[in-house]
Design a protein around this ligand. Structure first.
Ligand code: PLP
Length: 389
């Protein structure tokens, strides 16, 4: 149950903290109950008692998560999937053989792999463009043929910044839709739909869940139109909906999203600033640094902080970069991002042989620990690995 609307204009942080002013109808519980049922009984007229029929379409807990996310994203509709990749594949299923896609070369490697697969297996070609060049998207578009522009901002793991409003304008002028992977810049900092995107995508596994204890994917749409209906049908037929327990974990994570993101952003900025003048570090890639080439655009479209993701190029060899990850005592050497615990990753090793990521790059996901501990840990690991000497 949702309480009647407040007469106060509540901020999204407040709406998220209260799971949309939720109070459980049966018990008064302030935490939503989990509805596990996979099927729903019909009434005496053989009609669904409410709108629920079968859990592959979702159910009350999934819908609650979707309502919160639609509210935060400012969407006409939101669907939650079992993983980020499941949400991406559902969106790409709406494309037809012969359609064309444009995407930056520096994006999440799973998205890159799937786009390449679509080219090889289904005749849906993608033109990959350089995200650091603002004119490159325009050159990659094929007006009338490009159906989808898929971007990420900041891009993973180089953290280049793409101007979402400009990308939306360019995509629409070519007759394409724009989808933005907002995993690293969730709605507490970037509202991609308000900037003109047609779809906002999130790996809910990351900041939205926030505790590294679930996988989830989120797709929010600016319009409830025929394409949106098709995406919903794809989720139903593929069975890629999130399960009730994971949807509940997602709701729980969303309640602290604004707080966690603010803390991670402040710590990441402090760490990036410290590392900028560190002799063991050749380069720091973080859009929150005033010297970052995308800082001005990031400041415009990341209004709630620059996030907890940064990369460093160590002053040393690939082996020394791996050593830094091995010698860390507070950072955990693991993949993923956006959790409460800080992670360190030698990205090239994870991405595989066709990776274009520099060999000296380490990706850091800053959590909510004391930033002084994180700085001390990086200092000792860089020193022990002999970087910069
Ligand atoms: C930016 C980005 N997009 C998409 C994904 C895929 O999400 P998932 O792992 O939830 O399938 C990831 C996962 O690492 C990611 O970092």
């Amino acid at each position: 149950m949702t309480r009647p609307p407040s007469q106060l204009r509540l901020s999204p942080a407040t709406r998220a903290a209260q799971a949309l002013r939720h109070i459980d109808e049966r018990t008064g519980g302030v935490t939503p109950a989990i509805e596990f049922s996979a099927t729903f009984a019909r009434d005496e007229d053989y009609a669904p008692r409410q709108r629920y029929i079968y859990a592959r379409d979702g159910g009350p807990t999934v819908e609650h998560a979707e309502a919160i996310l639609a509210d935060l994203d400012g969407a006409a509709g939101t669907l939650v999937f079992a993983s980020g990749m499941a949400a991406l594949v559902a969106l790409l299923e709406t494309l037809e053989t012969g359609d064309h896609v444009a995407a930056p070369l520096s994006i999440y490697h799973g998205a890159l792999s799937w786009l390449k697969r679509l080219g090889d297996r289904r005749g849906i070609e993608t033109t990959f463009f350089d995200a650091t060049d603002p004119r490159a998207l325009g050159a990659a578009l094929q007006p009338g043929r490009t159906r989808l522009v898929w971007i990420e901002s900041p891009t993973n793991p180089m953290w280049d910044v793409i101007d979402i409003a400009a990308a939306a304008e360019a995509a629409h002028a070519a007759g394409a839709r724009l989808a933005v992977d907002c995993t690293v810049a969730p709605p507490c900092t970037t509202l991609a739909l308000a900037l003109g995107a047609d779809f906002a995508f999130h790996s809910g596994t990351k900041y939205l869940g926030g505790h590294s204890d679930l996988t989830a994917g989120v797709l929010s749409s600016a319009r409830a139109d025929a394409v949106w209906d098709e995406i919903r049908a794809v989720r139903h037929l593929m069975g890629s909906v999130i399960a009730a327990f994971e949807a509940w974990l997602l709701i729980r994570g969303l309640r602290t999203l604004y707080l966690r993101y603010e803390r991670a952003s402040a710590s990441a900025l402090a760490i990036a600033t410290h590392l900028e003048t560190h002799r063991g570090v050749a380069r720091v890639l973080y859009p929150g640094l005033p010297g970052h080439p995308g800082h001005a655009v990031a400041a415009r479209q990341m209004t709630g902080g620059f996030g907890g993701m940064l990369s460093i190029l160590v002053a040393g060899t690939e082996g020394q970069a791996r050593d830094v990850a091995r010698f860390a005592q507070v950072f955990i050497p693991a993949t993923s991002l956006g959790g409460v615990e800080s992670l360190i990753e030698h990205r090239k090793a994870v991405e595989g042989p066709d990776s274009v990521t520099p060999a000296m790059l380490l990706r850091l996901s800053i959590g909510i620990e004391d930033p002084a501990d994180l700085i001390a840990d990086l200092d000792q690991a860089l020193e022990r690995a002999g970087c910069g000497v």
